[in-house]
Ligand binder design. Structure first.
Ligand SMILES: Nc1ncnc2c1ncn2[C@@H]1O[C@H](COP(=O)(O)OP(=O)(O)OP(=O)(O)O)[C@@H](O)[C@H]1O
Length: 584
């Protein structure tokens, strides 16, 4: 507050030499002194009015009512410039004369004014005090550590959160300079020092006493003159956060590892089912599968049970959509009709009693962006055939009990062991669906029509089974030739099962014919593929005659064992050159 703000403007004053005793009755309250000025109007001192009042009636008065003021002048009363702050006055003064720039008196400040001013200041001070206490409480209650220095980096305060976080006590660091603390290895670096250098907010990652990691932000505080007066730093312990981050990174790494392993295993799984073949027919089927894998056309795989329809379907998926995309298989023959619809298309919550509240997606939705393999599609009930056709054509499905269609992008592979053309003819399968599925047909021939595939398949399965059980079993040449000759009604699945049974029951490493199942005791001869019926019959006759004669070298016994008369046996043996051979 300035002196001019509280002064009483000067109305009366006294002049040094002789002056008329003034009337001092009408002075403002609290003013019980007046300045004394010389002829140059400079203040030379003040006169206490009480003393003056005493003198007014005294004999000291000169005749005519004049008084010599000199003895009463006090030079102790301080003067203060109008523009000066009241703080410039010494603490013990009770009055002051206010002067202008030229030193002329312009006002008076009395005890009452000073007291009022003091009261005001006291109230302000109290307010400030409560504010700074509040501030101190706020700083103290902060969960983050707070560290305050002056503009030179000397420590002024730290809160107890900081003491807790860092283990550093205020008494250890009070008044010390930050540089001193960095040198003393309290911190690896100081945000305060950086703020002092850069005069702006700085955030750093600080290591305290070599153990705790802190995220530290230093904030500069400037005074009215724009000078840096404080640096307030807030400190957050990020050790746990850093540990969590490390843990997260480790978990991510692990997830990545598992994902890689999983996709490796998946690919191994599909690799397991890799297609083994030597025959031309299979080579053509595989080539076609590879070609159409790239495009999204619907594929219809036909063939007897166990010929590898599943394997081809997975092969197409692997080489087309890829193992990262879903491959969903549904066996239409294995699921009860009443469940099939909801399995295929899903259902909305509450669609029927026992349904899940939140509903369930169907196979179509699950196979989105991947492949849906409809195995045994020939067994699909007529009622669902229409819905399937719609789903394939429109590329959208309607859940059971739902009203909202959902788009699906699914590649369809269908398969059946049935004769579809006949089923369509008999009205058991919709013609339109049949043609919609038959975009790319792949037919897998039975194993008996591609015997050249049997040896490599045998090798493949024997290796696999040996590996699985840690065996080193092998087939005797006779077992091998019997297996090749067999008609394999169950196709490759049967071949695999027979080999496994033989390998796990064999006592020796070499598998001998006695391990072969019952069905193999009847030797069967198959004429080569493409043989005309007449030639096939003849070939079979010749084979049976020769085999029977090999076992019992007597044509009479051969006739008996084959159930024909001797004449027929001789005639046929002669026809096939067997008699000649016998003579040789
Ligand atoms: N070319 C092949 N190479 C190796 N293994 C094969 C081959 N073809 C089929 N297999 C194996 O034979 C078994 C039967 O094959 P798959 O299940 O694919 O036949 P499928 O025609 O789908 O039979 P179903 O009609 O009964 O479902 C499987 O174990 C499969 O791994």
């Amino acid at each position: 507050m300035k002196a001019a703000d509280i002064m009483v403007p000067l109305q009366q004053f006294l002049v040094t030499d002789l002056t008329e005793v003034p009337s001092v009755e009408n002075l403002p309250a609290g003013i019980d002194f007046l300045p004394v000025i010389d002829t140059g109007q400079q203040v030379v001192g003040t006169i206490d009015l009480a003393a003056l009042r005493l003198q007014k009636n005294a004999a000291a008065l000169y005749p005519g009512g004049f008084l010599d003021l000199q003895p009463y002048i006090s030079q102790q009363v301080p003067r203060i410039a109008a523009d000066d702050d009241l703080d410039a006055l010494p603490g013990d003064v009770t009055r002051a004369v206010v002067v202008d720039a030229a030193g002329k008196a312009v006002g008076l400040i009395g005890a009452t004014d000073l007291l009022g001013c003091l009261r005001k200041k006291l109230a302000e001070f109290k307010h400030q005090l409560s504010l700074s206490k509040e501030l101190a409480d706020i700083i103290e209650s902060s969960y983050d550590g707070i560290w305050v220095t002056d503009g030179q980096g000397n420590v002024l305060a730290i809160n107890s959160a900081y003491e807790r976080l860092s283990g550093i006590k205020f008494s250890e660091v009070r008044g010390k300079n930050m540089q001193q603390l960095v040198d003393g290895r309290y911190f690896d670096q100081s945000a305060t020092l950086l703020v002092i250098k850069e005069k702006k907010r700085v955030t750093i990652n600080q290591l305290i006493k070599g153990t705790r990691r802190m995220l530290v932000t230093g904030n500069p505080v400037f005074n009215e003159q724009g000078e840096l007066s404080r640096v307030v730093t807030n400190v957050r312990d990020v050790t746990d956060l850093v540990n969590l981050q490390k843990q997260l990174a480790r978990t991510k790494e692990q997830t990545l590892k598992y994902e890689t392993e999983l996709s490796h295993l998946r690919s191994l799984h599909i690799q397991d089912d890799d297609i083994i073949y030597r025959s031309q027919t299979m080579a053509r089927a595989v080539e076609l599968a590879l070609k159409i894998a790239e495009v999204d056309s619907t594929v219809f795989i036909t063939g007897e049970s166990g010929t590898g329809k599943d394997v081809i379907a997975k092969f197409i998926h692997k080489h087309g959509k890829g193992t990262a995309k879903p491959f969903i298989k549904i066996n239409c023959a294995a699921i009860p009709d009443q469940l099939l619809e909801s399995e295929l298309f899903g259902y909305e919550g509450g669609a029927f009693s026992g349904a899940r509240k939140e509903g369930k997606p169907g196979m179509f939705e699950l196979a989105h962006k991947g492949t849906l393999f409809l195995d045994e599609v020939g067994d699909l009930p007529l009622m669902l055939q229409a819905k399937l056709l719609r789903a394939i054509q429109e590329k959208e499905v309607l859940r059971v009990g739902g009203t909202q269609v959902r788009s699906v992008n699914v590649r369809i592979i269908a398969a059946t062991h049935r004769n579809m053309a006949e089923m369509v003819k008999a009205g058991h399968f919709r013609k339109d669906l049949y043609y919609r599925l038959m975009v790319v047909p792949i037919h897998l021939t039975p194993l008996r029509e591609r015997r050249e595939d049997i040896p490599p398949l045998i090798k493949h399965f024997v290796d696999r089974i040996n590996k699985r059980y840690d065996y080193s079993k092998r087939l005797s040449p006779e077992v091998m030739s019997r297996l090749v000759e067999y008609s394999w009604p169950g196709n490759i699945r049967e071949l695999e099962n027979v080999l496994e049974r033989m390998i796990v029951t064999a006592g020796e490493d070499e598998l001998t014919p006695d391990l072969l199942p019952e069905a193999f005791s009847h030797k069967v001869h198959f004429p080569g593929r493409g043989t005309k019926l007449k030639a096939a019959v003849e070939e079979t006759e010749a084979y049976l005659l020769a085999e029977a004669y090999r076992e019992t070298p007597s044509w009479a016994k051969v006739a008996a064992s084959l159930g024909v008369d001797r004449a027929t046996v001789f005639r046929k043996a002669a026809k096939y050159g067997l008699l000649k051979k016998e003579k040789e």
